[in-house]
Design a protein around this ligand. Structure first.
Ligand code: M6R
Length: 612
């Protein structure tokens, strides 16, 4: 949530900051702001409520602000409504400290009261203004430099933050501090950058430093130094970003979401390619050896949103193939409920961003209890990737649209690979089945491509039902997990009220909501359960529902029941999610387009939820 960019170099800062913020707009977009300075000149601040475009117009695309050092921010409101007053950057009373922030300062009320007692005034409702003024307070109290004042403030602040700050008396310097919120530093000759995420600076440099938790960075032109809370300098090795800058552009597609839907075969192929060698799965990169796997007695999958839905599908697959008990938990629940964990458990945290606050807290809880942890993560160097004992990197590349598609697909592949390997090591499948599963998994990308070739049918259907008010997705087993993800897509980008139900549960209450014309999607990819779900579809149809069926080629009898059917290629039942989800993603996407909504930046949402 919230996007931060900082620039210190010799070019005009404002256009660079605006460009970087545009790449981060997926993180928050209810207001934005810039602060720019030139040498010892005063800091100039411009803010705007609404989309970044408004800030860009207000500053004549950055030309109205002169200076080569500056910071910028796009906001996703937590404390205080979206308004110009609450927009960042925030500044201390005598303009000594200016800063932007991503995260939540939990004890900001208490800190605010302390500052009020010292005659500080507050003009906004934000926790950020408190943090900025706290730094100013410590600077004046102890007469230390920026690193000292920031460190003192960090010790007092509870919560999460990525802070990027400029000081009146330290021209041509930018300071950053981080705890549990993402922040990276990029450097090239004569220039340095700070950003919430790599796409913001990729066109300038690929040399990136991942600033550690509770560390401070000092950015001068072309140089960066890192300090810990004791103000001691610490060494951090830069990393080279390997992915292409084009990967973070729309490349001719109308939206990032549809581009990323089309990138799913590649995301799946790359992820499969990273773990299959000579027809066998190798988890060597993750550090999960066969001995470790053999000793695990229970798997607990913890995640949020779509990543949780991957876990739901994973539970069916793991238990079916590897015959090991699997629990799936929402990270926001797991972290607060004193869960029962045993020393031989494995906690798997699934997260695209690797920064989701609840997932990170869940990981830390498991670690505190001495339980082995594995992260299935897309963003290299993210907090969960750094803190987990083992990491399985999905190779989906940068995902920009708020609604996840290709990262979800890559996470599914990771879960399949783990389940198959656990089954292999635990001897719950024969050698032949092991090879069959791997070979079938390798066919998935081509099958995904075939589904994408037929997208116009879904587009037509979505246009026809663009006025839908309520929708239900029903299925059993893995089809229920697919339904949950299909339903979330519908809600988040199309704003259609939708619910996913285990088909057998409908009669226990929900069916009373079905009336003439209610749209119901019946997901029937599991042969064993096909007839069961179909009879639930008949039940809703007889109460007036309009039915879309989603099943594999060959199950043509569904047409006796469904009003509109979408077929997917046949695959092993355990892998059906990878194929069945694509028509549902397309349905959500085209419905959103047909309703004229902002597909990539749906209201109230941000790409990575770094606050709880
Ligand atoms: O970055 P993460 O995978 O941890 O994010 C988890 C959820 O916030 C995310 O999947 C969210 O539900 C997506 N917007 C769904 O499309």
């Amino acid at each position: 949530m919230c996007g931060i960019v900082g620039y210190n170099g010799s070019s005009q800062a404002a256009p660079i900051l605006l460009d970087g913020l545009e790449k981060l707009e997926y993180r928050g977009y209810d207001s934005s702001g810039l602060a720019v300075r030139s040498g010892s000149n005063d800091i100039e601040i411009v803010k705007a409520k609404g989309r970044l475009r408004i800030l860009s117009e207000k500053t004549d695309e950055g030309r109205a602000l002169s200076g080569t050092c500056g910071i910028g921010h796009t906001r996703w409101a937590t404390h205080g409504e979206p308004s110009e007053n609450n927009a960042h950057p925030h500044i201390s009373d005598d303009r000594n400290v200016t800063g932007v922030h991503n995260g939540i300062i939990e004890n900001y009320q208490e800190l605010k009261e302390k500052l009020l007692r010292h005659d500080y005034k507050f003009y906004s409702d934000t926790d950020t203004e408190v943090a900025i003024k706290l730094i100013d307070y410590y600077m004046k109290k102890y007469h230390g430099g920026p690193v000292d004042s920031i460190a003192r403030a960090m010790i007092r602040i509870r919560g999460s933050y990525a802070l990027v700050v400029m000081f009146k008396d330290y021209p041509d310097e930018i300071y950053c501090a981080r705890k549990d919120s993402p922040l990276i530093i990029g450097v090239k000759e004569g220039e340095s950058f700070a950003a919430s995420d790599v796409p913001a600076i990729l066109k300038h440099t690929r040399r990136v430093y991942y600033i550690g938790n509770q560390q401070i960075a000092k950015l001068t032109k072309g140089e960066v130094k890192f300090f810990d809370l004791d103000r001691e300098e610490v060494e951090i090795e830069p990393k080279e970003v390997t992915w292409d800058a084009e990967a973070a552009e729309k490349n001719g597609f109308e939206h990032f979401m549809i581009k990323e839907i089309h990138e799913q075969p590649k995301a799946a192929r790359d992820t499969i390619g990273s773990i299959i060698h000579e027809g066998k799965i190798s988890l060597q990169e993750t550090g999960l050896t066969d001995d470790i796997i053999a000793g695990i007695t229970q798997v607990i999958i913890v995640a949020c949103g779509s990543a949780y839905h991957v876990g739901m599908a994973g539970q069916y697959i793991f238990e079916d193939l590897a015959r090991i008990p699997v629990r799936v938990e929402l990270a926001s629940e797991f972290r607060y409920r004193n869960p029962l964990l045993n020393e031989n458990d494995l906690v798997i945290v699934i997260s695209q961003s690797g920064e989701t606050a609840d997932s990170l807290a869940a990981l830390r809880l498991a670690k505190e209890k001495g339980i082995r942890t594995l992260g299935i993560i897309n963003v290299v160097g993210s907090s969960i990737a750094r803190e987990a004992d083992h990491v399985f990197y999905t190779l989906a590349g940068p995902e920009i649209a708020v609604a996840t598609t290709k990262a979800y697909s890559a996470q599914l592949i990771a879960v399949y690979a783990l389940a198959i390997q656990f089954a292999h090591v635990r001897n719950t499948i024969e050698e032949e089945r092991y090879s069959e599963l791997i070979a079938e998994m390798e066919t998935l990308p081509a099958k995904m491509e075939r589904i994408l070739e037929d997208k116009e049918r879904i587009q037509w259907f979505a246009a026809k039902y663009s006025n839908a008010k309520d929708m239900f997705f029903i299925g059993r087993g893995i089809d229920y997990a697919i339904s949950m993800e299909g339903s979330l897509k519908m809600k988040e980008i199309s704003y259609v009220h939708s619910e996913a139900y285990a088909a057998g549960e409908l009669k226990h209450g929900t069916i009373s909501l079905v009336e003439n014309g209610t749209l119901v999607v019946g997901v029937c990819t599991q042969n064993r359960l096909f007839e069961k779900t179909r009879s639930n579809m008949v039940e809703v149809k007889s109460r007036g529902a309009y039915l879309m069926g989603l099943t594999s080629y060959g199950n043509y009898s569904i047409e006796d029941t469904a009003d509109f059917t979408v077929y997917i290629p046949k695959t092993d039942q355990n892998f059906a999610t990878s194929l069945a989800i694509i028509p549902l993603q397309l349905l959500g996407y085209y419905l959103s387009v047909a309703r004229g909504l902002n597909v990539d930046k749906p209201r109230n949402l941000a790409k990575s939820v770094t606050v709880e």
